[in-house]
Design a protein around this ligand. Sequence first.
Ligand code: ADP
Length: 445
Amino acid sequence: MIVFVLCFSSILMVMYNYVSRRNLAELEDRAMFIASLVNCEGWEFLKQNSIDSEIRTTIVQSDGQVLFDSKLDVKQMENHSDREEIQEALEEGIGESKRYSESILNKTSNYAVRLDNGDVLRVSMEEDTIFRLLLNLLNPMLLAMLLTVLLSLLLATKFSKDMMDPIDKIDLENPDDRDVYDEMKPFIRRIVSQNQQIYRQMNELREENKKQDAMRREFTANVSHELKTPLTSISGFAEIIRDGMVQEKDLPHFADTIYQEAQRLIVLVNDILKLSRLEDDTVKVEDEKTTVDLLELCLDVKKRLTLSAGKAHVFMECGGDHAEISGIRGTLEEIVYNVCDNAIKYNRPGGMVNICVKQLEQEVLVKVTDNGIGIPEEDRSRIFERFYRVNKSHSKEVGGTGLGLSIVKHGMELHNARITLDSDEGRGTEICLYFPCGEPLQEDA
Ligand code: ADP
């Protein structure tokens, strides 16, 4: 519609200008022609010959009095000396003017020429103004507009339907770029490549799920197995006692065995609980973090392990820098405790365990060294797996569950910390825990 109105009005303006220029030129020609006749023959002949009905001819004296007019009665006409075109003609020989007459729909173009005797000849012509033209063209213009709108609607509907139909019909699962127009082909290619990406990712997810399922099944099987052994022995001993098959003097021994097995169960269940808590993604780690002095923490752990170290005849020492990190105190204690506990459990009477805390440039190192039995090379990569033990019976003897290092590994991951293991079979083990301390703890962020 805007284009239509703009086109229409500019064409109208150009045409109107052209026509009005032509009219003026014609008027000028007529005036010159009549003036030359009047110069030769006087103006009286004008009375007989009304040259053109469209054109009005007037003869005005140099003082403004009207001598002749082809349309009006001279006697009723006022003095014309104030008319623009007359004044101009008197001064310069020719003059012209345009005046709106009655309404803005009509205007009169005047052209005046000074005659040889000093009088002025004026010719005038009524002309339509651009507003009249507009008024005349209003109906056809509205009709054309209506047609334009209808045609646009019709075409727009058809084109958008042609454009949308192939889009509506796309089989998103298996889009085929032969079914669509050229402009849509890149779009189809995008869908195809995205589909491929989705399939790939879905397959990866499926694989991952399968792996996780397998791990979960293995864990459940392991847990059941680990629980079953002590439960079987508790049940067996209880049965013998119930049936009166135990002599009075052996009773404390049997009760102690039951007690020991029950303790094992408690430790095992506790470890499983710790592990599942560490794996729980919903726990907000950041909320629980505080500033922890790792040397103080290690000294605490050492104190807690004094008794078992004494029993195992293992000498413990602990020292280093008061290095601070941001972390979950309980979990950090668990990590250091498990590593030190192992260093005592898998040691020899007279052996020693050394705990050392060191502030490095970007990290804090907690190094636990023992000169115990060491870990065979082939087992080193697996000891962080759940329930993996190098020597099952030895581990059981010293109260191991096979979960200690799994808990360590998970706890370290939670702190974005890394762990390294160095061991020499028969000579000892060194475990290094590196905690990042790059970002200081924000108090009220
Ligand atoms: P456990 O409860 O049996 O100690 P862990 O997960 O803590 O289970 O350790 C896994 C296994 O790694 C242990 O059974 C032990 O064989 C071996 N291990 C761990 N730490 C040491 C160490 N400091 N020296 C020798 N062997 C170790």
